[in-house]
Design a protein around this ligand. Structure first.
Ligand code: G3P
Length: 225
């Protein structure tokens, strides 16, 4: 499963890349807006850091198929062909997806709240489809179940697509989909950090260190004792 960072702040992206096995970066217009900077300036900075092999996800914002397709071409021209354009799963979005598929532009279906949106985007040729787990939960439905339904529908239909599950509030949501074998998840840096945040882990490591200092002397390690 790929683990992507749902953020645009380069210092946070650098931090997650330093400590965790990150595979790419996803953004959306709200995430870009939080930087307060010109979008392509921010995105080029991220691209330069993650390299040309890693996938970068960038959303088209216009509501019409033709202009979304124009945005998609500009996004790929500016940021390279490992950039996947996020297209909202609306009727206009599906129309744009069909065109982009013919034109060889890579894209994903986003803003997914229902299983059928995900299935149709996969059928249009989306490499990934992005259900919004926590936002679905907040509407009183089961985000994990929607994601699993989409995963099953894609696999059951033999479509060449997979999930880029998004919108997480806690590590349990990420774990549930990791166990289910989804293609990718994207989570904010604070959620990625909380995946392994546990007082019991810290206490165990502290005890190991204290015991070793007792044996070999304060500050000693296996490299210098
Ligand atoms: O791009 C979609 C995803 O980032 C939404 O996450 O946390 O705003 O619900 P959130």
């Amino acid at each position: 499963m790929k683990l992507c960072i749902d953020h645009a702040d380069i210092s946070k992206i650098r931090h997650i890349y330093e400590f965790y096995p990150a595979d790419g970066v996803s953004t959306n217009p709200s995430i870009l807006a939080k930087t307060g900077r010109p979008p392509y300036e921010v995105l080029k900075e991220i691209r330069a850091f993650i390299g040309t092999d890693a996938e970068l996800f960038v959303q088209a914002v216009s509501g019409k198929a033709e202009t979304m397709a124009e945005e998609a071409h500009r996004i790929v021209r500016e940021l390279g062909d490992t950039t996947l354009v996020k297209i909202p799963c609306t009727p206009e979005g599906f129309k744009a997806m069909k065109q982009l598929k013919k034109e060889g532009i890579r894209f994903i279906g986003t803003a997914i709240y229902t299983a059928m949106q995900g299935y149709l985007a996969a059928k249009c040729g989306a490499e990934y489809v992005a259900p919004y787990i926590n936002r679905i939960d907040n509407m009183g439905f089961d985000g994990i179940q929607v994601a699993k339904d989409i995963h099953d529908a894609i696999k059951g239909s033999g479509l060449d697509s997979g999930l880029l599950a998004a919108s997480f509030k806690n590590s349990q949501q990420v774990l549930e989909l990791t166990k289910y074998g989804v293609k990718a998840v994207t989570a904010a840096p604070d959620i990625i950090e909380v995946l392994v945040k546990n007082a019991a882990i810290d206490a165990a490591i502290d005890q190991f260190t204290a015991d070793f200092y007792e044996l070999a002397g304060e500050g000693r390690t296996m490299a210098d004792c």
